[in-house]
Design a protein around this ligand. Structure first.
Ligand code: FDM
Length: 214
């Protein structure tokens, strides 16, 4: 039986590139810490592991890889951190995470490779820990691109980002929070903070863990 003990909350930020995930996740961790919540910022891909270094090299176009293989590597990069993530949460640490399985599915499926559809892309993610809250920073790709344009990495093009956004729309579930990311940094932060406080309170009260895609 899942134990109903106090634990940290798993709070996930998702959205297209340049929607503000990094700014908002950093700000949320600072705010949580300053109100006494033990919180850490995690991000995927985790480029520090050996699998993460292979992903990093692929994203920087230094190496080529089959689209199915890189998809599985992104998923494996979450599986290799799964036990550490669960241990942190069990210790009472709240994890604010910048991208996770939803990005994994949305990006690979956006490539339009025959066979690599949403269902195929989801399957290696099934069974990973499900976030307690998803903060989806909603922003049209044109508005994201207007923030100084996309960077140099693979996937940072308007066409791909539009397909990614359409996939996020298909992946959205009714328990996600859709945040209007076109507001000011402080407005977006206030909306995220309210959801995070609620998630932390529920986990302290003993919310059970859930798995993707149950
Ligand atoms: N990305 C990220 C994927 O394609 N699959 C994944 O599972 C994850 C977590 O990698 F283009 C893509 C999304 C983005 C890139 O970018 C990583 P950032 O800037 O480090 O978030």
């Amino acid at each position: 039986m899942a134990s109903l003990v106090a634990r940290g909350a798993f709070i996930l930020f998702e959205g297209v590139d340049r929607c503000g995930k990094t700014t908002q996740s950093t700000k949320l961790v600072e705010a949580l810490k300053s109100s006494g919540v033990n919180a850490e910022l995690w991000r995927y891909p985790d480029r520090t592991t050996s699998m993460g270094q292979m992903i990093n090299s692929y994203l920087q176009s230094k190496t080529e890889m089959d689209d199915g293989a890189i998809h599985l590597l992104f998923a494996a990069n979450r599986w290799e951190k799964r036990a550490a993530m669960e241990a942190k949460l069990a210790e009472g640490v709240t994890l604010v995470v910048d991208r996770y399985s939803y990005s994994g599915v949305a990006f690979t499926a956006a490539k339009g490779i025959p066979g690599l559809d949403l269902e195929w892309c989801k399957s290696p993610e099934v069974g990973l820990l499900r976030p307690d809250a998803v903060l989806y920073l909603n922003m049209p790709v044109e508005a994201a691109a207007a923030r100084g344009g996309f960077g140099e990495e693979r996937y940072e093009t308007s066409d791909l980002q539009k397909a990614v956004r359409a996939n996020f729309d298909k992946l959205r579930e009714d328990w996600w929070t859709i945040v209007d990311a076109t507001g000011t940094v402080d407005e977006v932060h206030a909306a995220c903070r309210a959801v995070a406080d609620d998630a932390v309170a529920k986990c302290v009260a003993g919310a059970p863990y859930a798995r993707l895609w149950d």
